[in-house]
Design a protein around this ligand. Structure first.
Ligand SMILES: [Mg+2]
Length: 290
């Protein structure tokens, strides 16, 4: 894979925790970390993040904000954010909305197209084109549990959608191709992933990064450098906007290809790889100066 650097040899050094006092930091910049969740900070199978604790502790000690950026809904991210003890803004539904803590709740900066606005377009296209699919909005909790394998509580959180609508596709590949073209004419996109096709406006995980960068520049009154971590194709727009992009290796697929090939790829997978990326960044000045 030409142009991509591998961290394997760097990670052969045994990593120990809390030895960072002598780490050279670029003190005139405010660092922030923006991270995907599934398969990146959270284990692909168990959804745990225990292996990332040393790096999470480092970020907390150094007062470096960690911003979660996921295709999950705000309701789902809030649960994970609470488990992490995280109080920072977060980005939900594939860049659809930025949620800023406000009082006991959140203020949403809308970047995506509101779901209630495009649900009628989807329904109209289904009728016109005689397509077969079932949207999340049409499914009972039991149906959602049956087709996702999620618990009832998880389905309740996953159904609270503002900017994306997953469709259980029950038609041909050719019909999906025609449907995708018809959606594009309405400034909508269909992202194919597993059994579901995800419909949204023309947002992605990268379009929110500039907004977040400006937000923290104003908060800290100095330039911001972004460290970003992701494991999949849908993380590439986010990684491309970062000063220091890291790809976390996944057990489910090979690392995505990143144009510009600046991203480093972890040796380990999921939260262990996430941990290695963050600790290596702070231990190696050459990473910080890339
Ligand atoms: Mg992921």
């Amino acid at each position: 894979m030409p142009g991509l650097l591998f961290l394997a040899s760097l990670f052969e050094v045994e990593l120990s925790v809390r030895v960072y006092n002598n780490v050279p930091m670029n003190s005139d910049k405010q660092l922030i970390v923006i991270s995907d969740l599934d398969g990146t900070l959270l284990d692909h199978h168990s959804y745990q993040f225990d292996d990332a604790q040393p790096a999470l502790a480092l970020l907390a000690d150094e007062h470096i904000p960690l911003i979660l950026n996921s295709s999950k809904t705000a309701a789902e991210i809030i649960e994970i954010r609470n488990a992490l003890g995280n109080n920072e803004p977060f980005i939900a539904e594939n860049g659809g909305g930025i949620f800023l803590p406000k009082g006991s709740g959140f203020m949403c900066v809308t970047l995506g197209r509101p779901r209630e606005e495009f649900l009628p377009i989807i329904a109209s296209l289904r009728h016109q084109m005689a397509l077969s699919f079932t949207g999340f909005c049409e499914m009972s909790i039991q149906q959602l549990m049956d087709c996702t394998g999620l618990s009832e509580q998880a389905c309740l959180l996953a159904r609270q959608r503002d900017f994306t609508e997953p469709l259980l596709w029950q038609d041909s590949e050719e019909a999906l191709h025609l449907f995708t073209r018809a959606l594009a004419q309405q400034d909508l996109q269909a992202i194919h992933g597993g059994r579901f096709v995800h419909i949204s406006g023309l947002t992605d995980k990268g379009k929110s990064i500039d907004w977040i960068r400006g937000y923290f520049q104003r908060q800290h009154n100095r330039d911001v450098e972004v460290i970003a971590l992701g494991d999949s194709d849908n993380d590439i727009p986010m990684l491309a906007q970062a000063d220091h992009p890291f790809i976390v290796r996944s057990p489910a697929h090979s690392p995505p290809t990143m144009p510009g090939h600046r991203a480093l790829i972890s040796e380990h997978m999921g939260p262990k790889g996430w941990n290695d990326c963050i600790l290596s960044f702070f231990r190696n000045p050459e990473f910080q100066n890339r």
